[in-house]
Design a protein around this ligand. Structure first.
Ligand SMILES: NC(=O)c1ccc[n+]([C@@H]2O[C@H](COP(=O)([O-])OP(=O)(O)OC[C@H]3O[C@@H](n4cnc5c(N)ncnc54)[C@H](OP(=O)(O)O)[C@@H]3O)[C@@H](O)[C@H]2O)c1
Length: 268
C-alpha cells in the first residue's frame, strides 16, 4: 500500500502573529501537511516551530527574509533539496511602518502644536520603500522564486494565498454605504493600504496566469488583529488565521481569484 505524499506548505513571517497561528491551526487539523515555518530570523523560527511541534516531524523552520533575494533563493534551494516541490505558498510576511508617523501627528494635534509645514520627502520615500519591500516586492519575489517548485506540486491543486487587508480594498474605500467604510477609513495609512491594494492586483495577476492549470490563488483579509503589528489592538490572531487556513487547504472545487474574509467575499 502506498501512502499519499504530505502536502508541503510554506508560510512566510510565521514565527509570530497571524502566520504563527496559521501554522498552528494547519498542524492541529491537517495531519497530512508538512509545514515550513518561515522566519527571517533563524533562532526565532526554530523556537516557534518547536513550540508548535516539539517532535520536529511536521513543522520545520526555514529562514526566509522576503526583502533579501539571496535569502529567498536559499530557502527555495533548501525546499527543492529536502522536498523536491512545494504545494502551498502563504505570503503572510508584512509590516505597517506608519504608526509612529500617525501617533506623532496625533500628539502634535493634541498638544495644539503646528503640523510640519513641509513634508519630509526623504522620510516619506524611505517609509514607502520599506513597506513596499516587504508587503509587495517581497511577496512578488517569493512567489516568482517558488513557482517552479509549485509547478511540481504533488497536491492538487497548488495554492497561493496572499495575506492582504480590508484597507487595500478600493471598493470599500469608495463606498460609504459599506459596513466597513468608517472602520477602514481612519487612520488612513496610505503607505500600508496602497501596498495592499497593489498586492491585490498581484493576486489577480497570478490567478489569471495559472487559471488554466487549476491553481487556487486568493487574497485574505485578516481584519484588525492583536499582534505586534497592530501594537496589540484587535481580535485574537487565531480568528484571523481561519480564512487563511481555509484558502491554504482549498480543494479542486475551491475558488480562485477572490478576496475574502471568514464572512465571505470582500469587494476588490
Ligand atoms: N494585525 C493586523 O491587524 C492585520 C490586519 C490586516 C492584515 N494584516 C496582515 O497580516 C500579516 C501578518 O501580520 P501580523 O499581524 O501577524 O504581524 P506580526 O505579528 O508583526 O508578524 C509579521 C511577521 O512578518 C515577519 N516579517 C516582517 N518583515 C519580514 C521580512 N522582511 N521577511 C520575512 N518576514 C518578515 C515578521 O518577522 P519578525 O518577527 O522577525 O519581525 C513576523 O513574523 C501581514 O501581511 C499584515 O499586513 C494584519
Amino acid at each position: 500500500m502506498t501512502t499519499a505524499p504530505r502536502t508541503i506548505v510554506l508560510i512566510t513571517g510565521a514565527n509570530q502573529g497571524i502566520g504563527f497561528e496559521v501554522a498552528k491551526a494547519i498542524h492541529s487539523v491537517h495531519k497530512d501537511y508538512h509545514i515550513l515555518l518561515g522566519s527571517r530570523d533563524a533562532e526565532r523560527g526554530v523556537k516557534a516551530a518547536a513550540e508548535i511541534d516539539p517532535t520536529g516531524t511536521s513543522v520545520e523552520p526555514i529562514t526566509i527574509d522576503v526583502t533579501d533575494d539571496a535569502s529567498i533563493e536559499k530557502a527555495a534551494e533548501q525546499v527543492a533539496s529536502n522536498h523536491g516541490r512545494l504545494d502551498v505558498l502563504v505570503n503572510n510576511a508584512g509590516i505597517n511602518n506608519e504608526f509612529e508617523l500617525f501617533w506623532g501627528a496625533q500628539e502634535k494635534q493634541k498638544n495644539g502644536e503646528a503640523q510640519d509645514e513641509k513634508p519630509n520627502l526623504s522620510q516619506l520615500r524611505q517609509l514607502y520603500r520599506e513597506a513596499y519591500e516587504v508587503n509587495l516586492f517581497g511577496a512578488a519575489a517569493t512567489t516568482e522564486v517558488f513557482i517552479p517548485l509549485l509547478e511540481k506540486a504533488a497536491a492538487s491543486p497548488p495554492r497561493i494565498v496572499f495575506v492582504s487587508s480590508h484597507t487595500g480594498s478600493l471598493a470599500i474605500r469608495t463606498d460609504p454605504s459599506h459596513e466597513m467604510f468608517s472602520k477602514m477609513s481612519r487612520p488612513s495609512f496610505p503607505i500600508y493600504r496602497s501596498s495592499k491594494a497593489a498586492l491585490n492586483m498581484l493576486t489577480l495577476h497570478y490567478a489569471a496566469q495559472f487559471k488554466d492549470q487549476g491553481w487556487k490563488v486568493n487574497a485574505s483579509c485578516p481584519n484588525l488583529t492583536a499582534t505586534n503589528f497592530s501594537h496589540g489592538i484587535g481580535r485574537p490572531a487565531s480568528e484571523s488565521a481561519v480564512n487563511i487556513v481555509r484558502l491554504a487547504t482549498l480543494g479542486a472545487d475551491g475558488e480562485s481569484g477572490l478576496y475574502s474574509d471568514e464572512n465571505g467575499v470582500v469587494p476588490w
